[in-house]
Write a protein that binds this ligand. Structure first.
Ligand code: FRU
Length: 506
């Protein structure tokens, strides 16, 4: 912002300039984690933590949106409503192809869609694992009569992730014991009765972290189907890279019972030795992958916010947005095996066919002049820039949400060998706005590639082919929409292209 913008606006006035147009945000009210991401019969489902009654966390239910292409979402009525006695916390969805549960009546043509989630009793604060099923493509769910399916009498036991482990022939469930910083592993043959088989953690970043939303999947390394790793994702609340919440991951092996992490290749104090962060911005949390994908892609989405300030964010009548769907893979880097995130190919269908601006092989000064003369403005933009990394002496990058007073800067700093988002501005709107977030470059290639997706008040940076990810919220003055280029020395811009991105929501 500029705080003036908000302060002179009526408290009821919508903040539409900051609304994402091609990322999912509900029409109104509060949203946090994505839940139950799943593909079924031609539809992708995005369920999410939702308060149908207001723009703050509370009455937590599973909101619902569907898409046929992963990028255009249609909001539907609440799928699993909170009741007086129970909120529906985070969890996952599974397609019960074999009707193992028997929830589908004989002769049914579609298998039951199962939702596993944490039931939170607001009175006792107990968190236990619940199961509900849908026979109408996720529109409505019926609670399983024998709920809860897993209850240890704990107030910090949540966020079940269930999947079929083919190699060992069993259903597996991960649940966090949040304060113990542990993931508990269970196995089942009928999806209803669960036996605890192992524990992982504490590990990685420690302090007084709370572990949340575990996720586990297998990926080939460097596209080699013979060389595979399991990736365990743990969202941590409080002790993340920049403080607040963030996403750590471990690569290793999983035999259907136990996850064993391999050394991450990071140097540093013993406790941080295993800590790898999925995203180096401040605003990417609780990501989960789509189950039952129609192809072999592993695709995830995360909540673009941070518990440190999520409830104070200045947007209305909605509060909360999801990241774009990102396809995951593993690559070998000089520092070890790392997660790579690239926008799903479907995102390209949202790009305007004609670039707003493009140039190739120019000196930095000329690129800056050309971009300034072009007077590009917009809040729904994709920029891709390649510069020669070998001759860089000082920071280079792009400016967005620019006016005479300030801008958001996204770039690369050779002094620290890091990509960065600098969202500092004159009047910080929320704690955390006055920050720059850096992510170390992993690639040593002379071609340095910066890809930036801007949407209302969100910035997603996937650099060097997705080996570096940075996601941040940024609220410039609502009317600030300029784009610029910055560099100080005689650098060479190999290419720069800016495209408008079409709205995909409403
Ligand atoms: C993560 C989380 C989960 C919990 C949910 C409640 O952001 O705290 O652990 O289930 O949000 O809304």
């Amino acid at each position: 912002m500029n705080s003036n913008t908000v302060m002179t606006a009526s408290p009821d006035e919508p903040t539409e300039a900051w609304r994402p147009r091609y990322h999912y945000a509900p029409e109104r009210n509060w949203m946090n984690d994505p839940n139950g991401l799943v593909w079924l019969d031609g539809e992708y489902h995005l369920f999410y933590q939702y308060n149908p009654e207001g723009d703050d966390w509370g009455h937590i239910s599973w909101g619902h949106a569907v898409s046929t292409d992963l990028v255009s979402w249609q909001e539907l009525p609440v799928a699993i409503p909170a009741t007086e006695r129970m909120m529906a916390f985070s969890g996952c969805a599974v397609v019960d192809h074999g009707n193992t549960t028997g929830f589908a009546p004989p002769g049914a043509t579609t298998p039951p869609l199962l939702a596993f989630f944490t039931g939170f009793d607001p009175e006792t604060k107990i968190q236990s694992q619940h199961l509900a099923y849908s026979l109408d493509r996720g529109r409505t769910f019926t609670p399983y009569a024998g709920n809860p399916i897993l209850d240890i009498g704990s107030t910090e036991f949540r966020d079940p992730k269930v999947f079929w482990h083919a190699a060992s022939g069993a259903w597996v469930m991960l649940v966090v014991a949040a304060l113990e910083q542990q993931v508990w592993f269970y196995r089942s043959s009928d999806l209803i009765h669960w036996t605890r088989v192992s524990t992982f953690g504490p590990a990685g970043s420690a302090d007084d972290n709370i572990w949340e939303v575990p996720e586990l999947f297998e990926l080939p390394v460097d596209d080699d189907p013979q060389n595979r790793r399991w990736v365990l994702i743990v969202s941590v609340n409080r002790g993340s890279l920049w403080g607040g919440s963030g996403v750590q991951y471990f690569t290793g092996d999983f035999d259907g019972t136990r996850f064993v992490a391999e050394p991450s290749g990071c140097s540093g104090p013993a406790i941080a030795d295993l800590t790898l962060w999925a995203d180096h911005g401040r605003d990417f949390y609780a990501p989960i992958t789509f189950a039952n994908m129609p192809d072999d892609r592993v695709v995830w989405m995360g909540w673009v916010s941070n518990w440190e300030y999520a409830r104070e964010l200045p947007t209305r009548p909605w509060r909360g947005q999801q990241s774009a769907p990102r396809e995951l893979s593993l690559v070998t880097t000089s520092r070890g095996i790392r997660l790579r995130q690239r926008m799903v190919g479907e995102m390209l269908s949202l790009l305007e066919p004609e670039p707003l601006f493009s140039l190739s092989a120019q000196r930095g000064e000329d690129a800056a002049n050309a971009l300034s003369l072009a007077e590009i403005t917009g809040r729904q933009l994709m920029a891709r820039m390649i510069v020669n990394a070998l001759c860089l002496q000082s920071p280079v990058g792009l400016e967005f949400f620019k006016d005479d007073a300030q801008s958001l800067r996204v770039g690369f700093d050779p002094a620290s060998n890091s990509f960065f988002i600098d969202r500092r501005c004159k009047d910080a709107l929320f704690p955390g706005q006055s920050e720059r977030h850096d992510a170390r470059r992993l690639s040593g290639a002379p071609e340095l590639e910066l890809e930036v997706w801007i949407d209302g008040s969100m910035v997603e940076v996937l650099a060097d082919g997705g080996t570096v990810a940075l996601t941040d919220l940024a609220y410039g003055t609502a009317t600030a929409m300029g784009v610029g280029f910055f560099s100080r020395d005689g650098i060479e811009v190999q290419s720069l292209e800016l495209r408008g991105v079409r709205p995909s929501l409403r």
